[in-house]
Design a binder for this molecule. Sequence first.
Ligand code: HT7
Ligand code: ZN
Length: 854
Amino acid sequence: PSKINLKDYKKPSFDVETVDLDIKLFEDHAQVDSTLKMVRQTAGDLVLFGEELDLIAVTMNGKPLTVEDYQQQAGTLTIANVPDELVLEIQVRICPQTNTALEGLYMAGSGDDTMFVTQCEPEGFRKITFYPDRPDVLAIFTTRLEADKRYPTLLANGNLVEAGEVADAPDRHYAIWHDPTNKPSYLFACVVADLDVLTDSYTTSEGRDILLEIYAKSADIDKCDVGMQALKDSMKWDEVNYGRAYDLDRYMIVAVSQFNMGAMENKGLNIFNTACVLSSPETTTDSRSFSVKAIIAHEYFHNWTGNRITCRDWFQLCLKEGFTVYRDQSFSADQQSSAVQRIDDVATLRAHQFAEDAGPLAHPVRPESFVEINNFYTTTVYEKGAEIVRMIANTLGADNFRKGTDEYFRRYDGQAVTVEDFLSALSITDDKIEDFIDWYRQPGTPVVSGHQDYDSATQTLTITLSQQTRHVSGFDAPKPLPIPVATALFDKDSGDIVTERMLLLDQATQTFVFENVAGEPVVSLLRDFSAPVQLNYDYQDEDLAFLLKHETNGFNRWQVTQMLVNRILLQGRGSKSSPDVYLQAVAKTLPTLATDDAMLAARLLDIPSAQELASAIHTDYDPELVKQQREGLYQQLADALKNQWATLYKQLPMQSYEDSAEARGTRALRNVVLDMALTANVDGANEWAQQQYDNASCMTERFGALKVMVNHQLADADAYLADFYNRFQNNDLVIDLWFSVQASADTVTTEAIQSLLTHTDFDWNTPNRVRSVISAFTSQPTVLWTEEGLDIYIAVIKKLDDANPVLASRLLQVLARWNTLSEPRRQMAHDKLLDLQQAVSSKHVLESLTSVLG
Ligand code: HT7
Ligand code: ZN
């Protein structure tokens, strides 16, 4: 398959003004009739994209075309000598019932419990009909849906215009929807199902009354309130923070259990993975419920950043995703402690994006070429993309950032634009913002190194910082990037801040001078993680312990403990710390912090995951050694605070369920303390776990207890697992938790994984279920990176290669760091990946495999 390059972008030769779709669903196929009104834009043939379509008929301006009039090649239909204005009518037949790739129009569910849904981003619309399926072609859609009455719910984008019975077919009915907004085909959606609906309303700041609807199976409708509230909160938040109001009379969300990703922002008709919209205290953990709210917000925010202003081409994906992730992170930071939000976002970035940037899948936030765009829905595009917007926002300050975003919406509303357009609008108050373009072009995580010199005679502090980014092959030699480094100087005696400043490091090496500094201060750098870089500053362990005590910024208190942990765990890799300073600092901080901010206290006890630690190791990675060191430090921490755990656990009693930041903090800390107490063999901790499970008021408590029982192999763990299964066997999302707690257990074996994969509830057609075993399994690198572990993992990729290549390719990308393993694992992994290359055929998996193999 051929590569598509950013530099080859050409405008489409035709625009579509209107498209009328008529989708008729039958028992074993669907018929799609489309009428496209088109107008020429530039010279050239008319090119339509189409995949897996059975072409029945085409007419142009009322005249039937024959096979001599057009050329049908793999993936395209080309018509030459086309007039400047035309009406094209196309009839195709498709088969949603056998569509396991979950792109285009597909049937989800099985037996009597089925529904039809679409997923068109990025290139799924071409699996519904022939169309100029590219984001820079915007059109007005009218959709007629027709189906058997056993599917009472017929939904498409926009407003309902008409619904009724089908003449001469008493079992069938139809609905017609009209979307008055111009949109690209990737935002098209329709749903044909039998669902219940939760209804609400919202009046916008502009006075528009909006009908809000969340559609779900009747058994799940009681789990839609959290999502509905989050939707209303998001609508308000976007009005207050960006001046953006909703623009249609109806906003619909549909919950689907078979879905490749989290959710999709189709205009006025979002489609959500059930895992990302359903939430109830009894069935959903706090962290999942919190991410439900964030994902609802994310998809809602796309209405302006993605839908009204969309991407010119798929290389610009970060334009909508980076900005929208930044917006959802800011929204979430307003719903809880902003320090904890930043900690969680940075931990994700470090564990996944830094690893991607350090390995063979490294690519710029705006890639320059791809074979399969689905392979570029990556953490680099999303999370690093969001970090760039954050740096710009912080550099501009709140007022000028708002002026810039207002200008962006004013200038480009209704258009398909580029990253350059975005930067040009944001730079109206400061043209240096355009320099951030290099962050979009250059792969690799910059490493910022530095040291300080204090001259007591002149009372001057000089901080020297330098930056270095690895050269990723295939790209130009890296250039220095503009790196905002938020800095504070702390007085060593009082612990107070003496100066705060945002340093802009935009050269290879730079010095920053602070005058009138009485006494050498402790410097806190990269506060709130002001740039997505790795920091190597010349700190003493004691400086870090000092900052843990005196930093006013909660994120930085976490950051310095993480630095201490990394220094200990990466021993022998240039680090030389002993655990004492760290253990003492945590022991001193914990009691007060536990009462002041329990959620932050829980994060302070974080030891980076095995995967995150692995991402900092570039050669000779030995998963056994990392596991041993990680568990060793965890044990030391648990032992060092052994006499605190019982007091702390009792200070955090279980109460009736409440969804407040404070109650969530208490639950989070209690789960961590329980695990620590079991690790330290505190008397009675086994019983605490059992009582927490038995008396749980919510899933966070119950699942927290189950998890520690499984991980610590408590005597009754199997009985509790069985109880959990029996209680929740009718709830797929909870059964996903049941699979994942076993597949990610510290003690998991390949036999256990194998038996989960052959369990009667395992289902290859439901990505959530596949991920609940296979993705969970990757959290145990000592088992994954063995012959048997890799055989299982790679067999899954092979199996999914044809059925669901998007999922297969995403699973494969997790193996990208094989090259850092120590021998003989490295060679073994390489051989297995080479074998895989012979056994797969999707362009998705082949492109990822070529990159992974390097
Ligand atoms: N814009 C969406 C990205 C997406 C997707 C979603 C669901 C299924 C398949 C998908 N392919 C691409 C999700 C988002 O970022 O909001
Ligand atoms: Zn998105």
